[in-house]
Design a protein around this ligand. Structure first.
Ligand SMILES: [Zn+2]
Length: 488
């Protein structure tokens, strides 16, 4: 059990770098969390935003300044950082905070240091200014996800200042290249340095635990416990090339068009994963609706979704696989039948529903059209009945009384997919309390990305309570066998 009280507060200690943030309201001291940590989290978010770590894809990026910033902040309080690069400038930082309970599995707290590009002309403030204005930190990465990097760094520093140790070992990983292929980031770390993650059973990272306003006085916190897999497909139809005026029953264009039509019109059956089933049960309860039975028909699931109002958006994309045609390419002249025609399809697979996805695509494309994966990422699932999930929910509901944590399956992909190869179950948990009308999801990769100072302070408290929870650690090591790294 960590020591929570009785430590002297030292103020005025040097923060990692830069000037003092001054526009935020001072927060009351909470247990071992001193006033300094609430200043630092804002300053670190702002200063990390100012270090431009734009990832332009194709290997082009530079996370080193942000990695050095984080490493200096850790080293300053006696936490030894490892800086790791597959390619010069694409720097990752890994450090371990030793827990008090050697029997508990370690927990990985990871965040990426890179950001997607931002076009300054479109923004109200410069995207790399890190400006703190009217209690809001502005800039690229304020939500995705330098805010979370700053929380992890500031919290680790606060614990070190107060002499607090968490029950579980906590491995901190600040990664490069998440916004592209992860080749220089988490993929490299998992391949080349798995020993740094020894003992890690669970991971926490983007992008759940934000306030979702689901109606008057109904605040939800969706906590990520799964991710759909990505299946970007290329379809190719072959036929007999020839003159457009002749009879041709082997026309590649019409063969392709027929397959694309069948895919686009197909009604995928409902496949409820444990995470989505738990989400629907919780949402039904919170809305006073009848829960689904174990053998609910597709129509019943759709009927429940229709009654959930805004909250349906949290689950509707994850009750079934999907495959949407997005690109068509064929032909070059109106009186010439081309020999081939191609299309691309954006497919998404639920955990456990991948074989069905294959078989369905085989049937829908038929004998005349070939399909292949152009890009593929595995789906993930983490248990929602684990002690860690309970601790995350409890901490959220503790600091926002009247709100409710709900599990959800994320529709996109994160570094958690890479770390799942080490048997680490990933949760989406970057706690932020957001006011109504603050469109969190639109700010991911969006213009005028920003985060309220109060949201960062809330996040610190929730993360601190979650990670220091003694009950969580005691039984965490028993949850490992529930890993479902489905697919491959
Ligand atoms: Zn992200």
């Amino acid at each position: 059990m960590a020591e929570l009280t009785g430590h002297a507060v030292r103020t005025g200690e040097a923060a990692p770098t830069g000037e003092k943030g001054s526009t935020m309201t001072p927060s009351p001291r909470q247990g071992h969390l001193d006033a300094q940590v609430f200043d630092e989290v804002v300053r670190a978010t702002s200063e990390l935003i100012r270090l431009d770590t734009t990832n332009r894809g194709g290997g082009e990026g530079n996370e080193r300044p942000a990695a050095e910033y984080v490493a200096a902040g850790l080293a300053d309080v006696g936490i030894e950082p490892r800086l790791l690069e597959k390619k010069s400038g694409r720097t990752n930082v890994v450090a371990r905070i030793e827990g008090t309970d050697p029997g508990a599995g370690a927990l990985l707290l990871h965040g990426h240091l890179d950001v997607v590009p931002a076009e300054a002309a479109d923004w109200t403030v410069h995207p790399f200014s890190g400006e703190v204005r009217d209690g809001v930190v502005w800039g690229r990465g304020a939500i995705d996800m330098k805010n979370a990097d700053a929380m992890a760094l500031s919290l680790a520093r606060a614990w070190a200042r107060a002499g607090v140790r968490p029950p579980r070992d906590i491995v901190l990983a600040f990664t490069a290249d998440e916004e592209d292929s992860a080749e220089f980031g988490s993929d490299f770390l998992v391949r080349e340095h798995p020993e740094l993650f020894e003992g890690c059973t669970e991971g926490i990272s983007e992008s759940g635990a934000f306030t979702f306003h689901a109606g008057p006085d109904r605040r939800l916190y969706p906590v990520g416990a799964g991710e759909r897999g990505t299946a970007w497909l290329k379809l190719t139809a072959h036929g007999r090339a020839g003159h457009g005026s002749k009879v041709n029953h082997s026309n590649a264009v019409s063969r392709l068009a027929a397959a694309v039509h069948r895919i686009g019109e197909y009604e995928w059956p409902v496949r409820l994963t444990p995470t989505v089933r738990a989400a629907l049960a919780r949402l039904a309860e919170l809305h006073g609706l009848r829960p689904l039975g174990p053998d609910a028909q597709d129509a019943e699931v759709d009927a429940l979704l229709a009654q959930l109002g805004p909250a349906a958006a949290l689950v509707e994309a994850t009750v079934r696989n999907s495959a949407n045609p997005t690109v068509l390419e064929a032909g070059y002249k109106v009186n010439v039948i081309p020999g081939t025609a191609t299309a691309r399809v954006d497919g998404r697979m639920l955990p456990g529903a991948e074989e069905e996805f294959h078989a369905t695509l085989d049937a829908l494309t038929g004998p005349d059209v070939r399909w292949e994966f152009q890009h593929r990422e595995v789906p993930l699932q983490a248990p929602v009945d684990s002690p860690l999930f309970a601790a995350m929910s409890e901490a959220l509901e503790h600091f926002d009384p009247g709100a409710h944590a709900v599990p959800y399956c994320m529709s996109g992909g994160t570094d958690a997919k890479q770390f799942s190869r080490l048997g680490i179950m990933g949760y989406g948990f970057t706690p932020l309390k957001l006011p109504e009308g603050f469109d969190y999801q639109a700010l991911f990769h969006g213009v005028d990305e920003r985060v309220p100072v109060e949201a960062l302070h809330f996040g610190l408290r929730v993360l601190d309570r979650t990670l220091l929870g003694g009950a969580t650690a005691a039984s965490a090591s028993t949850t490992r066998d529930a890993t479902v790294p489905s697919g491959g």
